[in-house]
Design a protein around this ligand. Structure first.
Ligand code: GRF
Length: 190
């Protein structure tokens, strides 16, 4: 059984979608949801899903020791960042090498980096006049939105699309692909 922790900062619709996908699986368990603010709606979702959750402060997250202790205590094998806004510290990456995956709501390397999250990404796509956007699922390293890309999926952006329209198309891609891609990555882990 692979034990997964999902980190999220906000709504957590991806976290819920992933949890539902693996519900009843004999291979994968969503064992923990970690948030960096008690206001994150993902905590309500965790409660409803019956998944243990934990909140850490931004300072605790940056320091990493407490988080690593929690993850080790829960026997976590793999970490999924699903709408998690803090930079993952090097110490945590070193504790889970090649075992932390992120989803970015655009086609990296375009529209990534510090400060590029949520609606800002879709606004940038529309402002740039891009004709397509999509999702990027990648391993993380010490820089925002870098690391080995595992998977991308695209959607068209029409000249009449608002950032909200783009967000809807991108969310649909996230829900469709993220759980499957996680499953594939987990199969490659020893
Ligand atoms: C998603 O678009 C994800 O790609 C991005 O933040 C958003 C989180 O949405 N990194 P939710 O919290 O899963 O609803």
């Amino acid at each position: 059984m692979k034990r997964i922790a999902i980190f999220a900062s906000g709504s957590g619709s991806n976290a819920e979608n992933i949890a539902n996908y693996f519900k009843g699986s004999s291979e994968v368990e969503i064992s923990l949801i970690l948030a960096n603010t008690p206001k994150a709606y993902v905590l309500e979702r965790a409660k409803k899903l019956g998944i243990e959750s934990v909140v850490v402060t931004n300072d605790e997250f940056r320091n990493a020791d407490k988080v690593i202790d929690i993850l080790k205590e829960k026997d976590i094998d793999f970490i999924v960042l699903a709408g998690f806004l803090l930079l993952v510290p090097a110490k945590l990456i070193a504790a889970y090498p090649g075992r932390i995956v992120n989803i970015h709501p655009a086609l990296l390397p375009k529209h990534g980096g510090k400060g590029m999250y949520g609606d800002r990404v879709h606004e940038a796509v529309v402002a740039a006049g891009d004709t397509e956007s999509g999702i990027t699922i990648h391993l993380i390293d010490e820089c925002y939105d870098r690391g080995t890309t595992f998977f991308q999926a695209m959607c068209p952006v029409l000249p009449t699309d608002t950032p909200h329209d783009v967000a809807e198309k991108v969310h649909a891609l996230e829900y469709k692909h993220f759980p499957h891609v996680i499953e594939e990555i987990l199969k490659t882990l020893k």
